[in-house]
Design a protein around this ligand. Structure first.
Ligand SMILES: *Cc1c(COP(=O)(O)O)cnc(C)c1O
Length: 424
């Protein structure tokens, strides 16, 4: 069979990975997340090709569906995990423990223990954490390999909620305190400092802040090396943005052209050979996935409101980050746009707006809406708010369809609740 394009239009229907979305909605119901496997692999390979000598640690929080992690494991990805749960999923998916970095600004002792037991390197975010880790490692008669998460104090122009490397951010150790942290690490018997780590933010559409962060990190690398520490890796995090609304977005190659020369020159001057690690999340997953939702109502009020069956419970990005997502009327994808609509969810919140003032073909009850680019920070941020079971997730690949998460039922809303016997 001919390799299908990612998204196409055929007979006015939106097709993903060679599969008709209208048929998917009929067969599996809505709302429905649909991910194209071929696109995940292509995105990953494009990133790896741009950084042939780097290790790619996929940021699991973007989408930690087991099948997604499994596909990326097959591609050779490592993982950046931010919780015990993400670590658990990454290991279950077959990502090798020596290609996982455990991040987090407020880890529990139990999470640190899980890392130690699985021989996972930890990106330490504070001296408190360093000391806790040292004690836990001691109890397990183990040496913990660590990096420090640096707050490099750079300001990428992105939404303030996803700028993580600002001086005032909760993440990381301030640059000026980092060397003291390495010194303390050297003094602790059960700790071995092997890396350095930063992550400046997400949805960054300009390579300049990455270059600035790389330079600041390499300055620190020089100081750390002078302490006699042989860094095995330098992890510059993720954050490369994608084009949600036809914005110009740098490619992985653009990012590589901007930061690799700085990295190469500095490690050559220091005569060291650390591994470069990058942690893309959004870039790998965002455009692989669409969310299909059925139109319940069309209401001509202050705006032309289209009420669909997915809302902020399944996609919180528009509310949380004022994020833009492209909209396609999936059963009328070839028709001419003629009306301006605002697409809203069913949730009892005035803010439950998925897309504002979009010029679209005429919409009626029963039509199928596709919300684009929802593969990163989509399902992984979903909730059951308003008593709404989470929807199913499908994987498509060149015409094949698999259910990779079944639709939750009403019973799932109660699954972990316990009614004390005196109420029965
Ligand atoms: C969220 C996160 C990433 C991934 O960010 P993207 O913008 O999705 O690429 C990478 N590293 C760390 C430490 C993160 O917290």
């Amino acid at each position: 069979m001919m390799s299908a394009n990612h998204l196409e239009i055929e007979n006015s229907h939106l097709i993903i990975g060679g599969v008709d979305t209208v048929i998917l909605a009929e067969r599996f119901g809505t709302p429905l997340y649909v991910t194209n496997e071929a696109r995940i692999r292509a995105n990953y390979q494009r990133f790896q090709d741009a950084f042939p000598n780097a290790d790619i640690y996929y940021a699991a929080k973007a989408n930690y569906n087991l099948t997604v992690l499994r596909i990326l494991a097959e591609e050779g990805a490592g993982a950046d995990v931010f919780s015990g749960g993400e670590l658990y999923c990454a290991l279950k998916a077959g990502i090798p423990s020596d290609k996982i970095l455990f991040n987090g600004n407020s880890k529990t002792d139990a999470e640190l223990e899980l890392a130690i037991e699985n021989d996972i390197r930890v990106s330490v975010d504070s001296l408190d954490e360093l000391r806790a880790l040292s004690e836990i490692a001691h109890t397990h008669d183990h040496q913990a390999k660590v990096a420090f998460r640096v707050n490099p104090d750079v300001s990428p122009s992105t939404h303030p909620k996803i700028a993580t490397g600002l001086r005032e951010s909760k993440f990381g150790i301030p640059s000026q305190d980092v060397i003291a942290a390495y010194k303390e690490a050297l003094s602790l018997e059960n700790i071995k400092p092997v890396g350095i780590h930063c992550h400046i933010g997400s949805q960054i559409l300009d390579v300049a802040p990455f270059v600035e962060a790389t330079k600041k990190m390499m300055d620190l690398v020089e100081e750390v090396t002078r302490l006699g520490i042989q860094l095995e890796f330098i992890d510059l995090g993720g954050g490369l943005g994608i084009s949600y609304e036809n914005e110009a977005a740098p490619s992985p190659k653009d990012l590589a052209n901007a930061i690799l020369p700085v990295f190469a020159e500095r490690i050559k001057a220091l005569e060291i050979q650390p591994k470069l690690i990058l942690e893309p999340g959004r870039y790998i997953m965002a455009d692989t996935t669409i969310l299909l939702a059925k139109v319940n109502t069309v209401k001509h009020a202050y705006r032309n409101f289209v009420g669909v069956d997915a809302g902020l419970n399944l996609l919180v990005r528009p509310v949380m980050y004022d994020a833009y997502h492209g909209i396609v009327v999936a059963n009328k994808a070839g028709e001419k746009s003629s009306v301006v609509y605002t697409i809203v969810g069913p949730i009892c919140e005035a803010g439950d707006v998925l897309a504002r003032d979009r010029f679209l073909p005429k919409i009626e009850k029963g039509d199928l809406i596709a919300i684009l680019d929802v593969g990163a920070y989509g399902f992984s941020m979903s909730s059951q708010y308003n008593g709404r079971p989470r929807c199913a997730e499908l994987l498509v690949c060149e015409g094949k369809v698999d259910v990779i998460r079944k639709r939750e039922s009403y019973d799932d809303l109660l699954a972990s609740q316990i009614l004390p016997s005196r109420f029965r």
